[in-house]
Ligand binder design. Structure first.
Ligand SMILES: [Fe+2]
Ligand SMILES: [Fe+2]
Length: 191
């Protein structure tokens, strides 16, 4: 599966449907990652990169757009505050995993523990937070939030795809000039 299929944005722009679509992708990616071994270096890296990129974008649109809309309502406040902390714990483990070689014997157990935390968080959102969101916010409000989230998510993922392409040489800069070439260019400029 290409990065683009993991990063697809569903046609529906209802905020909850958009987030649930990402949740299903996280569950799929986590189960695939947990099935890898230290020998599957490239596959581990590819799956982890997709998970990390999508998770960061997902957390950001929740924290900047959905959570603030819910936080001001007393019945959603506690679950939203818990959500921020669960994101924070996932971010710490993501950062540790990013710098740990995928061949390390610690990588598998660490990603497994992170996955358990993420799955707990997804369940909390799906079973507690999202039903509260549907009872607090109207359908047009959820559509408006969903449109904003889809746009921001698309921008973040496109930025990531661009920097990946540049890092792999797709958007290669012009090669640095050698000293003779620099002198020739300076001479030409004086003419
Ligand atoms: Fe979520
Ligand atoms: Fe979340």
């Amino acid at each position: 599966m290409s990065l683009f299929s993991w990063f697809n944005t569903p046609a529906a722009t209802d905020a909850i449907q958009l987030l649930t679509h990402d949740h299903d992708t996280f569950k799929d990616l986590l189960s695939q990652i947990n099935d890898t071994t230290e020998r599957a270096r490239a596959k581990r890296k590819r799956l982890f990169d997709a998970l990390r990129t999508l998770l960061i974008a997902h957390e950001l649109i929740e924290e900047r757009i959905l959570y603030p809309a819910l936080e001001k309502h007393a019945k959603a406040k506690d679950i939203v505050l818990e959500g921020y902390q669960e994101h924070h714990v996932a971010d710490l483990l993501l950062a540790e995993l990013r710098t740990l070689p995928v061949t390390s014997p610690d990588w598998g157990p660490k990603v497994h523990v992170m996955g358990e935390g993420i799955e707990h968080h997804l369940k909390e959102e799906e079973r507690k937070m999202f039903p509260k969101a549907r009872s607090i916010l109207s359908v047009p409000d959820l559509m408006k939030l969903g449109t904003r989230m889809a746009k921001r998510r698309g921008t973040l993922l496109a930025k990531h795809a661009k920097s990946k392409a540049e890092a792999s040489g797709g958007g290669r800069k012009a090669p640095a000039r050698t000293a003779p070439a620099r002198k020739a260019a300076a001479r030409a400029a004086k003419r």
